[in-house]
Design a binder for this molecule. Structure first.
Ligand code: TXA
Ligand code: MG
Length: 448
């Protein structure tokens, strides 16, 4: 429980553990037509409670997906969708992704909502045509259920609350692979609109605790499904234009999409800061912040050389300028950096740095380990303890880097660090582009 709601109302926020022994299955995994709930779903108290909340209230429910935790609401009801913006504490002109449990749900979503017509217009002939555009069939076949969002023409009249699409003619839809998410959607019986369940500008949440940290007091339920397996949001694609476009890099790579029929010429529709021109280091503050921890983030592109002396120089400057108290900073390493970015015994002239009594303070099996150490500043004949350093090793594989990244940034914020030095990776292949896209948005400064 906690923070004050923007409108003065404080809700009690509970993390609900879920019985995951049987959450259902696709009747036919080849066609994805129908997600079947188990017969004893009535006994799944947490899921029942969450579904009831989604159907009967306007308070959104946080739930896990394989990418990140989402903040879900009934996409067909305006009041419920408005509850998402209220809980996140911001107005929004940014459209929301709609989550479906199976293709039957998607087809009815894309079929005009004739019941809403009062003038008796007959749109029945539409029902014979498959409302899912052909261009998406190979993608659905290959990547659904999973971390891919496709833009589809919104039906007219639509089943969706207008707040979902923010006035656009298209709607972003995804079928998550998390069984918990699929069952919750099926049980609610309606498509769920859901942005990532973070406070705006913060890194996306990959555990129930992250959601609690950001939205405590603002929602009443967080379904706990453990840590998200992908850890990075879905890839968003638009196949309604020619050539098709990747609007946001994410859990499915551009290379994998290119292998699908009709997608050979897919282009990147987003711009990374690294491509905006100008030489590094870029001035802080000239970018819009996103996925950002409180701490300043100094990102080193994979190509950057001289990391060791840059980090040590920055650290020395930071320590010198910090007259009161002990500085704290974080290091996040990935593929090539050595321990402590290689400056654990860095000496230049009469000054230098040395790491003191390192200890492992956090070890999470699939994600990362974190070590803490003291830092000794060597200046002339005087040596003094001057900072606390936290080092996180995300591992060398893109998968583990993506999986632990948001969590690592949050963990370092939690330790109260002032600056985080991050080792970037080459943004080609698998989901490395998504990792670097998020890091560049989080960065205060980039060294290339
Ligand atoms: O993995 C994910 O996609 C997570 C989980 C919860 O599913 N959701 C997520 O939602 O990241 P959100 O709201 O944080 O990001 C949605 C992205 C935004 O960049 C938004 O602009 C884009 O999808 N989007 C949604 N509908 C769109 C549309 N009709 N046209 C263009 N972009 C759209
Ligand atoms: Mg988001």
């Amino acid at each position: 429980m906690g923070s004050t709601h923007i409108n003065g109302e404080v809700l009690e926020t509970r993390i609900l553990p879920v019985n995951t022994t049987d959450l259902g299955h696709f009747k036919n995994p080849q066609t994805l037509e129908t997600w079947e709930l188990p017969t004893d779903i009535a006994n799944n108290v947490s899921l029942q409670e969450a579904a009831r909340c989604l159907k009967t209230t306007n308070i959104p429910v946080a739930f896990p997906t394989e990418t990140v935790y989402g903040l879900g609401a009934d996409a067909t009801r305006s009041a419920a969708v408005k509850g998402i913006y209220k809980a996140k504490g911001r107005p929004s002109d940014n459209p929301l992704i709609v989550h479906v449990s199976d293709l039957t749900m998607l087809r009815s979503l894309l079929t005009p909502n004739i019941e809403s017509l009062t003038n008796g217009a007959n749109l029945a002939h539409h029902s014979k045509i498959d409302p899912i555009p052909q261009i998406y069939k190979p993608l659905i076949q290959k990547f659904w259920p999973g971390p891919l969002t496709i833009l589809l023409p919104n039906s007219q009249p639509s089943h969706l609350a207008p707040e979902v699409t923010a006035g656009l003619q298209t709607v972003g839809v995804r079928m998550p692979s998390s069984q918990l998410a699929l069952s919750l959607i099926a049980l609610a019986g309606v498509p769920l609109a859901a942005p990532s369940a973070n406070a705006s500008t913060k890194p996306s949440p990959t555990t129930a605790e992250h959601v609690l940290h950001d939205l405590s007091g603002r929602i009443s339920m967080i379904i706990d499904g453990g840590a998200c397996t992908v850890g990075m949001e879905s890839t968003v694609v638009d196949g309604l234009c020619n050539p098709p476009v990747v609007l946001r890099p994410g859990g499915v790579s551009l290379e994998a999409i290119k292998e699908c029929a009709g997608w050979e010429r897919v282009v990147k529709g987003y711009v990374d800061k690294s491509e905006v021109g100008g030489s590094a280091p870029r001035a802080p503050g000239m970018k819009y912040k996103h996925y950002s921890p409180k701490a300043k983030v100094l990102l080193f592109e994979a190509s950057s050389t001289d990391v060791q002396s840059t980090v040590s120089r920055s650290v020395l400057e930071m320590v010198k300028s910090n007259t009161g108290g002990v500085s704290r900073f974080g290091l996040v390493r990935t593929r090539h950096w050595q321990e402590w970015a290689g400056w654990d015994k860095w000496i230049q002239g009469p000054t230098g740095l040395a790491i003191q009594s390192p200890e492992i303070i956090l070890q999470t099996p699939n994600s990362f380990s974190m070590r803490k150490a003291g830092l000794l500043c060597i200046g002339g004949d005087k040596e003094e303890f001057c900072a606390t350093v936290f080092e996180i090793d995300l591992g060398k594989e893109t998968k583990s880097i993506a999986h632990g990244l948001f969590s690592a940034l949050r963990e370092l914020d939690h330790r109260g660090v002032d600056v985080i030095f991050v080792e970037g990776i080459q943004d080609e292949g698998d989901i490395a582009a998504a990792v670097m896209n998020r890091l560049r948005k989080a960065a205060t400064e980039i060294k290339s």
